[in-house]
Design a protein around this ligand. Sequence first.
Ligand code: G6P
Length: 469
Amino acid sequence: MPADLVIVANRLPVDQVENPDGSTGWRPSPGGLVSAIEPVMRAADGVWIGWPGGVDRDLEPFEADGLHLVPMSMSASEIENFYEGFSNGTLWPLYHDLVAKPEFHRVWWDAYVSVNERFAAKAAEVAAEGATVWVHDYQLQLVPQMLRDLRPDLRIGFYLHIPFPPGELFQQLPWRRQILEGLLGADLVGFQLPGAAGNFVRLVRQRVGHKTHRDRVLLPDGRTVRAEAFPISIDAAGFEELARSEGVVERSKEIREALGNPRKIFLGIDRLDYTKGIYARLRAFAELIEDGELDVEDAVFVQVAVPSREEVEQYRILRDDIDRLVGRVNGDLGRIGRPAISYLHSSYPREEMAALYRTADVMVVTPYRDGMNLVAKEYVACRTEDDGALVLSEFAGAADELRQAWLINPYDINGMKQALLDAWRAPDKELTRRMKAMRRTVQKHDVAAWAESFMTRLNDDGPDSRPES
Ligand code: G6P
């Protein structure tokens, strides 16, 4: 099976599910990473190495929907210490501005090292001579160097889908040097934004002591590592086509009808994660009703919260907090058949998401910190009539490109309330002007353009990108 393109990510792009009749099948996993990489993989006929979910699931390589998948099993203790622990209890909050408090435990770190070793060994096994290996995200930051040690012939790229924090925060990590050295095994380290690439290069200079020149790190053996921004995107044409399809147009009408044909529908779609600012946004909306600015006869907030990392304590606490808030708001402010918030704790297929985007008059995306936020871009792609308003946190990577959104600071509840009202009251002409501009951006910078620019850069054999030998 030696492959010329190998994708290495914590998760396979599918999850195993049990059908009602007891048989098993596969469905796409949630999260931005999967939707971004899948088209690239298909085009290049590559192999994808990742965890299929579940405990000790020892599966042979298989094909699903035309994708070549190599499953990596994960033991209960690896799930606890590597996945829930170091990846999502240490790195995730540390890289998201300490929105929650990161925990530092040595057993978590040990599991992180050994799982990274396993993934690197598997990549070394399936990659053809001189192949390109593209490693993804914060769960696998040690893989590039481990893989280079095993297979110096490979071209290795790494892409971080989440923010890379400023030095002041990163330096808390007891294993900061090992992480930086792990990443330096790549030829190209990609980030969402230029600021993140800058943070990385600065830290490498200060903490590892290598020479750097602009976006390049010059290693003692003569190899050069580049660190650059490649803002990720979506399959804009695919979403647009879906949004225009008869089924989705029909479904969108049904949704509006089922909600009681309110004048305006607000929408939030997020993984149920404390970085997303779901609590603050729902409070802001509820206050607008309390203040008499909005009425439940006219407006409803549909919040889809996709279940995520449910064994991690911070996520359980968040779920309880949101459940309580929604219950209280609807109890206090709702009327019969008219809840203020229509709350759905579930994941949905792309068609249903597209129908929701089509239906929503105001899309509300308010993370405290987010690498990019593809939901914001998906909404824009689905607004085929050039209408609808996007309220977007300035702390989402997407805010760098979607300048015509109503940009807000999610820590400023009054500012957020004002933006929701402004978006609600905006005249059609203004909505069209803003949406047209955003649609042009998303159509031009789609996921294919993103992947191509990363791959081109990775395979660009500059005179300084290989060791002197
Ligand atoms: C974010 C991360 C991905 C991750 C996804 C879903 O998008 O950047 O690496 O796969 O969330 O989270 P999960 O923990 O379920 O893989």
